[in-house]
Write a protein that binds this ligand. Sequence first.
Ligand code: FES
Length: 102
Amino acid sequence: MKITWKISESDEIAADVENGTNLMEAAILNQVPNIVGECGGNLSCATCHIYITEEWREAVGEPSPFEDDMLDIAEDERLESSRLSCQIIASDELDGLVVNLP
Ligand code: FES
């Protein structure tokens, strides 16, 4: 699937990600700034925080209750569109996904 990380109005990184990869790992592989993934995807650090763009929110879905709790400790502002990217798995359904970085 293809994913685009929007870094700012004028800067973005786009990459093809193998299905089954979580989007924190994909961000690290593609040197996306501000995605640290400190806990390795174990849902215990919230350093993989991203914002899902409006048009993709339904396809990506809502966080689990535990992820929801973890989002409360994320360093950057929590928004309605906040997700932890280690909990989102690349798939054909998400092909073309665009996300914003905190
Ligand atoms: S990498 Fe730690 S919560 Fe996602």
